[in-house]
Design a protein around this ligand. Sequence first.
Ligand SMILES: NC(=O)c1ccc[n+]([C@@H]2O[C@H](COP(=O)([O-])OP(=O)(O)OC[C@H]3O[C@@H](n4cnc5c(N)ncnc54)[C@H](O)[C@@H]3O)[C@@H](O)[C@H]2O)c1
Length: 317
Amino acid sequence: MIDTRKVAVVGCGFVGSSSAFALMQSGLFSEMVLIDVDRARAEGEALDIGNGSPFAHPIDVYAGDYEDAADAAIIVVTAGAAQKPGETRLDLVNKNVGIYESIIPRIREVGFEGILLVVSNPVDVLTYAAIKMSGLPESHVIGSGTVLDSARLQEALGDHLGVDPRDVGAYIIGEHGDSELAVWSSADVAGVPLKDFCEMRGHFDHVAAQRRIADDVKGAAYEIIARKKATYYGIAMSVARLCGAIMRDEHCVLPVSSLMVGEYGLTDIAISLPTIIGRAGIECRVPISLDEDELARLHASAEALSDVIDRAGLREL
Ligand SMILES: NC(=O)c1ccc[n+]([C@@H]2O[C@H](COP(=O)([O-])OP(=O)(O)OC[C@H]3O[C@@H](n4cnc5c(N)ncnc54)[C@H](O)[C@@H]3O)[C@@H](O)[C@H]2O)c1
């Protein structure tokens, strides 16, 4: 039976430990299992994060094994090699598919029935692999996808327009990676079309501004990795946001990666689109309106991912 107060995090490096830290502070769970091949690392993180809990919410944080995670409501998988300076997310595929082959079957063996949240990169390809390897219903396997990229877009537009980023309605969709795209055609602030809002705030050079902001968002991880070798706070907040959406059964719209079943003509790949998320995981994709150019770019992004899935031999799983 699922314990609705328990979460597990597999992989306790930069992303896993930051996510665990954010989850401890969220108050969503009263028990958290940390799993890592480096057991001492998991133990150290559990002790450190547990020490902070008296300032937040009571929670039992401990290093454990897959058996301990069997009844968790959510398992967050962040294990895997991270990008080095100059590497793309897709460069990580072989290494991280290998790591997933040693993790996901273990999760399956212990009879896990909750929601599997895939964070390791390339997240879309690993979400697809996790769906195949886990035997879970597709709706229970969610990739963090472009949730972080969309937050970066909201932040950049908020800065540009002098408005709270939370009031910006704009999404990055497609691959969480180099072929991602911003959906400008339906972006808005407080229901006002983005172009009109820009003009209201004295910005008229839409083409140049959109290009600059989309490039900054796409390049954000490269810029951070060049300076501090890894990105982790933004993704940790994304993980906490996603866990909150699931545990509180919010039915909120977040651009996660999930298996396509004909949306925009796409099938048999995982890719990010705005999606309704709740206690049952993925409820449905939201058919956001795309202009001709955006649709073509979404298809190009899907093709890039499809090629990687083929080359990694994941269709046969
Ligand atoms: N989805 C996103 O938006 C996003 C953002 C940032 C990073 N990431 C990805 O998250 C992953 C982790 O990044 P990081 O910076 O934390 O890397 P890291 O090297 O700091 O941590 C990886 C951890 O995984 C563990 N690990 C490796 N193999 C394992 C296995 N078989 N079982 C259990 N644990 C195992 C390692 O011991 C290590 O502690 C990378 O793939 C990175 O690209 C994703």
